[in-house]
Design a binder for this molecule. Structure first.
Ligand code: NI
Ligand code: MN
Length: 240
């Protein structure tokens, strides 16, 4: 799967840095400085143009406020999560909800369903954070990337395929808190991407799902499995 100028770097767990062909930097699920799986040399950025937040759990938005204050990106999330981020001092929130699409910097972002929870831990309290979601991101070169966020498989992934036809699907396989390889393989059947990138596995000892099992379960589907190491960049040509 060629990404035609897009660079996608896995920063460990659910966090990805997407660089568009035009050089915009999009950080998906900003858990970086405190993410033990992010390589030390990838923990800082020269700029962040857009931040996409799938849900309010700490292993996804743990560094959202600090990074937003430093780089002043447009921060996209579900409405309630954006209100909370704004209250914490994030200036440029771009709230939306499921089924909506909007252009942010050079990318088109569509918010889609995820089957997960979304409480925000704040000073010992659990705050309602709206609902967990996923994103379909379309870059200016037409390549569409689906980052599912934390989720179980759900039948409406068929609708995501029918409406948006993502070329690349980034999905959790770790099990326990999200789907494991069995569910992710079923998700691949519904989404029919050209390539799938597993995430949210191996980071904590309970996240036991492994890419090898996903590979075994999707081998009849003609989908390319791209297994990255934390810090590794995928561009569809030569990996670095
Ligand atoms: Ni979560
Ligand atoms: Mn998570």
């Amino acid at each position: 799967m060629k990404l035609n100028g897009i660079k996608l770097t896995w920063l460990g767990h659910g966090t990805f840095l997407l660089e568009t062909p035009g050089g915009k930097k999009v950080l998906i699920d900003p858990w970086v400085m405190n993410n033990p799986f992010t390589p030390a040399d990838k923990k800082s950025f020269d700029k962040i143009d857009v931040m996409l937040c799938t849900h309010g759990h700490g292993d996804h938005i743990g560094d959202a406020v600090e990074l937003a204050k430093k780089h002043n990106p447009s921060v996209v999330g579900v409405y309630e999560l954006c209100l909370w981020l704004q209250k914490k001092g994030v200036e440029r929130v771009v709230p939306m909800n499921k089924g909506g699409s909007q252009k942010v910097a050079d990318i088109w972002v569509t918010m889609v369903h995820a089957d997960h929870s979304c409480g925000i831990e704040d000073d010992g309290q659990i705050i309602y954070g709206g609902e967990a979601c996923g994103f379909v991101i379309q870059c200016e070169n037409g390549v569409r990337i689906y980052h599912s966020g934390d989720t179980n498989v759900f039948g409406d992934m068929q609708i995501i395929h029918d409406l948006y036809q993502p070329h690349v699907a980034i999905m959790p396989i770790g099990d326990v808190f999200t789907m494991g390889p069995r569910e992710a393989a079923y998700a691949c059947r519904l989404l029919k991407p050209k390539a799938v990138i597993p995430m949210h596995f191996g980071s904590f000892s309970v996240l036991t799902g492994v890419p090898e099992e996903l590979e075994r379960r999707i081998k009849d589907m003609g989908i390319e499995l791209i297994t990255l190491e934390p810090g590794e960049t995928y561009s569809g040509e030569t990996n670095s």
